[in-house]
Design a protein around this ligand. Structure first.
Ligand SMILES: Nc1ncnc2c1ncn2[C@@H]1O[C@H](COP(=O)(O)OP(=O)(O)OP(=O)(O)O)[C@@H](O)[C@H]1O
Ligand SMILES: [Mg+2]
Length: 266
């Protein structure tokens, strides 16, 4: 579903601020893979997601989604294939538009500007049904402005919007990190339900090692712009936080502590 081959990225090349963020990344995701992504601050997690989404051009290598080489596609063209949710609950939705208007906008993604903005009756029913499944009571507030919602409600809505037109790939960059623990758990549960129901191929960045172990069928760890582990299937399901810490220490020869890695263990 996703194939990344030899992708590197250096920011501010040739200046004193030169920073190699990604070093010859190879990564292949099968259809339906739900991959959790961990690693310390500055390891390259957001950069790889940004490369896939086309936020910045890659220095070398290529990126395929299914059989399509998207390496040179502009960001807007990739957005038809990719759903994204970021850390900031304010980013994915339009605050001064109604819940149902936001959903209608998401439902027209990739269909050009010719379409009318009016919400059709059958669409409304579909939105209501999808909102009901979130169990946040939003199905009764479809004409409320999104700006009135809590951070968690907005992230849940953003998730729904990102997946309304089934994307080939779903990219989640610490999308629960700005929420309180209880809300984060709820949004993660919703994420799991949506990903499993639609069998979405997903990359989910998290700083929480426990979540990285609990969710998904595969786990990758970034360190200094490289993938240092890629664990899947049964091996992943048996993994404990202490194993991950040990593997990190073995791999990079330094103790994982909060200064170097800043990974939350609970
Ligand atoms: N637009 C940019 N311009 C310059 N440097 C950048 C840019 N984006 C990222 N970097 C640098 O690239 C490296 C990788 O950053 P990235 O954001 O991918 O890390 P991360 O793994 O997502 O970390 P965090 O857990 O803190 O979000 C860092 O050193 C960062 O400072
Ligand atoms: Mg990041």
């Amino acid at each position: 579903m996703l194939k990344i081959k030899g992708v590197s990225k250096t920011f501010n090349m040739g200046t004193v601020n030169e920073k190699k963020a990604l070093n010859k990344i190879d990564l292949q995701l099968e259809e339906g893979d739900f991959v959790t992504v961990i690693g310390g601050n500055g390891a390259g997690k957001s950069t790889i997601l940004n490369m896939i989404a086309g936020v910045y051009p890659i220095d070398c290598g290529y990126i395929y989604i299914e059989d399509e080489n998207i390496s040179l596609y502009p960001e807007y063209k990739r957005s038809k294939l990719i759903g994204r949710v970021f850390q900031d609950p304010m980013m994915g939705t339009a605050a001064d538009m109604e819940i149902q208007e936001n959903l209608a906008m998401a439902n027209r993604r990739g269909f050009g500007r010719g379409l009318k903005w009016g919400i059709k009756g059958n669409e409304k029913e579909m939105f209501k049904e999808k909102l009901r499944k979130l169990e946040l009571g939003l199905e009764d507030r479809m004409s409320s402005k999104v700006g009135l919602l809590s951070g968690g409600q907005r992230q849940a809505l953003t998730l729904l919007m990102a997946t309304l037109q089934k994307p080939k790939l779903l990219l989640l960059d610490e999308h629960t990190a700005a929420l309180d623990p209880k809300t984060a758990k709820k949004v993660l549960q919703i994420t799991k339900e949506i990903v499993e129901a639609d069998q979405l191929t997903t990359l989910m960045v998290t700083h929480n090692m426990k979540d990285a172990i609990t969710y998904g069928n595969r786990l990758i760890m970034f360190h200094e712009g490289e993938i240092i582990f890629d664990i899947r299937g049964e091996e992943k399901s048996k993994l404990k936080v202490s194993d991950l810490l040990q593997m990190f220490e073995n791999a990079v020869g330094e103790e994982m502590d909060n200064d170097t890695l800043l990974l939350s263990k609970d």
